[in-house]
Design a protein around this ligand. Structure first.
Ligand SMILES: Cc1ncc(COP(=O)(O)O)c(C=O)c1O
Length: 376
């Protein structure tokens, strides 16, 4: 009989000594972490460059936010708090809702009016309370003021603030550092890690995670839609706050003010850089991943858009070994999937199976589908 693995820590809890929980018995888990690394080098065919996808979209609720929610709800349980109170563009809220349900705690969320319906259904089906707030995410002032208010009100009422950035919730954000811990094991020779940036919590956590390990730190590339250029502002010495509303349509990346103050240090300390991409570039990268079977939402394809832009600009030398953080699952955003799909319903088939198969193009298949094909 093989040795029993029952009781052994798995996923993010393998790193329990680096997480803020005092007593591991309070851990709230749905099986988050230890996500696969997928080799897409052959698909991309960039000369001399290897590319792997860190499949964060395969976490229990479909995004990397599960790592953060697991730590948050564990702290809620350990501290006998009532639940979590937070703002969300959908994925953080969906993660908090599921872990809140698992822990038997309240989850109260204020969400963007542009939250995709799939994310709202995911949240509401658990019984969590969610309200939409005009301007949240898109308008810098509303976004910042509401974050401050949520933090203060949460503390007053016995709720842990669920605001996914180091400025507001440094303890629960340690959950996101485990992505770097896993990458250091899975892909030690990585030269570049590409990550999408919304509030910047993920990006800064990667930096803090690599630093915790005190080993080599790859170049961390912050990829942000050009319609929400908070990192550009922060790198120029500004507060990382837009002066007008964000215009990107990419759900998860509509955050008009950075939620993490360490983003410029993460860029400088990792010898990384910012790569801005248009929404069209994100959607082309999304199409390319979907047409190659990697089922992510647009934010989850943003890292690829950044890598392709860097390759095109000669910013990714031969010999590079890149990892793309694929942050959220394809089913999270039905609208984006419909844009890749023939709007007509499938035809009723009345002929035989032989005719059906004979009508397909000859040859083994459609390996390496290109974005032009996908959007056509
Ligand atoms: C799928 C997805 N990718 C990326 C991000 C951006 O993460 P951060 O706000 O930590 O920069 C989010 C945030 O909601 C997200 O949902």
């Amino acid at each position: 009989m093989p040795p029993s693995t029952a009781g052994r820590a798995t996923g993010i809890w393998r790193w329990g000594d680096l997480l803020p929980l005092r007593d591991r018995r309070h851990a709230v888990s749905l099986g988050e972490g230890d996500t696969p690394l997928l080799d897409i080098t052959e698909t991309l065919a960039l000369p001399g460059v290897t590319v792997h996808v860190k499949c964060e979209h395969l976490n229990p609720t479909g995004s990397f936010k599960d790592r953060i929610a697991a730590v948050a709800l564990s702290l809620v349980r350990e501290r006998s708090l009532l639940g979590v109170l937070g703002t969300s563009s959908g994925n953080g809220g969906a993660a908090a809702s599921a872990y809140g349900a698992r822990a038997g705690r309240h989850v109260v969320l204020l969400a963007l009016v542009t939250t995709p319906p799939e994310k709202l259904v995911q949240i509401r089906s658990t019984g969590a309370t969610v309200h939409l707030v005009e301007g949240l995410g898109h308008d810098p002032r509303t976004t910042r003021l509401l974050a401050e208010e949520v933090r203060a009100a949460g503390a007053r009422h016995g709720y842990l603030p669920f605001l996914t950035g180091g400025r507001y919730a440094p303890e629960m954000m340690t959950g996101a550092r485990t992505i770097a811990y896993e990458l250091a094991e899975q892909a030690a020779a990585t030269t570049h890690v590409y990550a999408p940036v919304g509030g910047g919590g993920l990006y800064a956590s990667l930096w803090r995670g690599y630093r915790d390990l005190a080993g080599a730190v790859p170049r961390l590339v912050a990829v942000q839609p050009s319609g929400c250029p908070t990192v550009r502002d922060a790198l120029a010495g500004g507060p990382g706050v837009l002066t007008r509303p964000s215009t990107t349509v990419v759900s998860g990346l509509q955050v008009a003010t950075l939620f993490d103050d360490d983003v410029p240090q993460a860029v400088a300390g990792s010898a990384g850089h910012l790569t801005e991409v248009t929404d069209d570039q994100v959607m082309a990268a999304h199409a390319r991943l979907i047409r190659n079977g990697v089922f992510v939402e647009p934010a989850g394809a943003t890292a690829l858009a950044g890598l392709l832009a860097d390759a095109e600009a000669g910013r990714l030398p031969a010999g590079s070994r890149a990892v793309l953080v694929a942050t959220g699952a394809g089913w999270k955003d039905g609208g984006a999937l419909r844009n890749l799909t023939d709007p007509r319903p499938p035809e009723l088939w009345t002929a035989g199976i032989d005719e059906l198969l004979d009508s397909l193009p000859s040859g083994p298949g459609r390996r390496g589908a290109q974005p032009e094909e996908a959007t056509g």
